[in-house]
Design a protein around this ligand. Structure first.
Ligand SMILES: [Zn+2]
Length: 249
């Protein structure tokens, strides 16, 4: 399995893209979160990784997106990607979320901008199903998406948010998404070969100082994401992800 690091920043960033990862195995690609200007996010990573990974980082070849929660820095690109699949590729986007994220994502967000289309003659109401083929990511049992087996767990955040453990062929990647510091969540992620964990300001995020209290075995396989622009990546005692990085397991 390959993990492409597309966006490492937070919602306030002026130097990064916001939270975006891409998993690839057996030719199948699963985007984790979908920030603003998503094709530009892919293009930037492609420019950094080089031609070897060009095929993976092309929106034409990405049909599956998992959105962890409805905050803009994780899903503002979904409208554009949904429209891209609808108009440019004439097919739905395969969307994967826990159930509470799906409800809010359409009914409280996208319906305002995607709920009506003009067909050249008249305005037509459009539904979630006109753009998206949805698969529920279970919280009680594992979910299969392509070659991946995914376990999800709610985090401590402002809105319903899913942390993930993604497994393929005996290896696994844990992804905290957005969360307050939560030792039970750390336990959920701890068996993974790589743990992608957020750090940021405020009570619904995880302070870097809290992550420093974890066991060395956890910290050594932890990679930070969603860090503020001010975070000193070079001085960090826990390795921070960088955009364009590719991790192969
Ligand atoms: Zn959030």
């Amino acid at each position: 399995m390959k993990l492409y690091v597309l966006g490492v920043g937070d919602t306030f960033t002026e130097t990064h893209f916001t939270h975006a990862l891409l998993l690839e195995a057996e030719g199948f690609r699963l985007a984790i979160d979908c920030p603003d200007s998503y094709r530009r996010v892919l293009r930037s990573a492609r420019d950094k990784t080089g031609v070897a990974h060009a095929g993976a980082l092309d929106l034409f070849a990405i049909d599956d997106v998992l959105v962890t929660h409805v905050h803009g820095d994780h899903m503002n690109g979904l409208e554009g990607v949904g429209y891209f699949k609808h108009f440019a590729q004439k097919k739905p986007l395969n969307l994967h979320t826990i159930a509470p994220v799906k409800d809010a994502l359409w009914n409280q967000r996208l319906v305002a901008s995607m709920g009506t289309l003009w067909d050249g003659h008249e305005f037509r109401p459009k539904s979630f199903e006109d753009y998206f083929a949805w698969t529920e990511v279970g919280l009680e049992s594992a979910t299969t998406i392509g070659p991946f087996t995914i376990r999800a767990r709610l985090t401590k955040h402002h809105v319903p948010t899913s942390a993930l453990v993604v497994e393929h062929a005996g290896t696994s990647i844990g992804i905290s998404s957005d969360t307050a510091f939560d030792r039970e969540l750390i336990d959920f992620l701890a068996g993974s070969d790589v743990i992608v964990h957020e750090t940021n300001y405020g009570p619904a995020h995880t302070a870097y100082s809290d992550l420093l209290t974890l066991d060395e075995g956890i910290k050594s396989k932890m990679r930070l994401i969603h860090y503020p622009d001010e975070f000193d990546v070079d001085a960090s005692a826990i390795e921070a992800l960088r955009e364009g990085q590719v991790i192969e397991l």
